[in-house]
Design a protein around this ligand. Structure first.
Ligand code: CP
Length: 299
């Protein structure tokens, strides 16, 4: 079986296949993966990723094992790696993991039989978010190649930005960043920083990010964030008519994005959430079939 830890492990063919298979799973309810088991390990809070992975597993006919971090031996000090080895020994086929640290790096020397899927790990990566974002763009524009995507906000602390850049660059998309000086990073290569007011008039996709206060060493407020870096009413009016607005959620209304933008027909945030189920079905399916692209369900 295969694992999905980073977008970097996927080639263009596999990304295209995952997106195609996700599209074919949009209306699928069946038993394609009946007999397989999955456990969801969420060490950090989540609404959409946790629920959509659960829904994805149900719609493939998988058995979902009940596991709550609060009721587990993690609370007695058991490490993530020891927890994973225990779950593996029980015979679970697949573990979906969200945590605030770097379990992917810790796993390098661990031998596990089960598949692992990264459901968001610290500031490292959030690969299924990038895949569902790509599916949403592909549905709207027909293809990804040639698009310009501006990602705005707390880039430095964003696993979503990292996974999106890695995926979108592979697919021929121009990615640019905008936002406060304090949230710049040198760790993501080949992305130009641009003026938001210029970018908002030109971009196909405006992807707004939440400020990740929980990952900052110290809390400090940027004065008038909404006016300077938010998708406010003035910038909404400057956007192209055929452009779309994305946000991975959760949203801080009237901080990074205004109420009017949330209600605008160009806002695809709930489409992203819906696509999250189909993308996660495709990822679970891909892992369980060993990372091959034998198609299970026809579009
Ligand atoms: N986009 C995302 O990861 O949202 P949740 O934290 O609600 O899962």
């Amino acid at each position: 079986m295969a694992s999905l830890v980073s977008i970097k492990q996927l080639d263009v063919h596999t990304i295209e296949w995952l997106l195609q298979n996700a599209q074919s799973f949009v209306d699928y309810h069946g038993d394609a993966r009946k007999g397989y088991s999955v456990v969801h390990l969420f060490f950090e809070p989540s609404t959409r990723t946790h629920l959509s992975f659960q829904m994805a597993a149900q719609r493939l006919g998988m058995e979902i094992l009940d596991f709550s971090i609060d009721q587990s031996s993690v609370n007695k000090g058991e490490s993530v790696i020891d927890t994973l080895q225990t779950i593996d020994a029980i015979g679970v086929d697949l573990a979906v993991i969200r945590d605030g640290g770097d379990w992917p790096a810790l796993l390098v020397n661990e031998k596990l039989n089960m598949s692992l899927v990264n459901a968001g790990s610290g500031t490292f990566e959030h690969p299924t978010q990038a895949l569902l974002d790509a599916l949403t763009m592909q549905q709207h524009f027909g293809s990804l190649s040639g698009l310009t995507v501006t990602i705005v906000g707390d880039i430095a602390h964003s696993r979503v930005a990292r996974s999106n850049v890695y995926l979108l660059h592979k697919m021929g998309v121009t990615v640019q960043f905008a936002g406060p000086e304090a949230y710049k990073t040198t760790h993501i290569e080949n992305v130009e920083w641009v003026d938001f007011d210029e970018a908002v008039t030109q971009s196909d996709v405006i992807m707004m990010l939440r400020i990740q206060h929980e990952r900052h060493a110290e809390h400090y407020e940027i004065a008038d964030y909404h006016g300077r870096f938010g998708l406010n009413k003035a910038r909404l009016n400057m956007m192209r008519k055929d452009a779309i607005i994305l946000h991975p959620g959760p949203v801080n209304r009237n901080v990074e994005i205004c109420d009017e933008a949330m209600a605008d027909p160009r806002c695809k945030i709930l489409t992203q959430v819906k696509n999250g189920v189909a993308v996660r079905m495709a990822v679970l399916d891909w892992c369980l079939q060993g990372g091959s692209d034998e198609k299970l369900v026809s579009a």
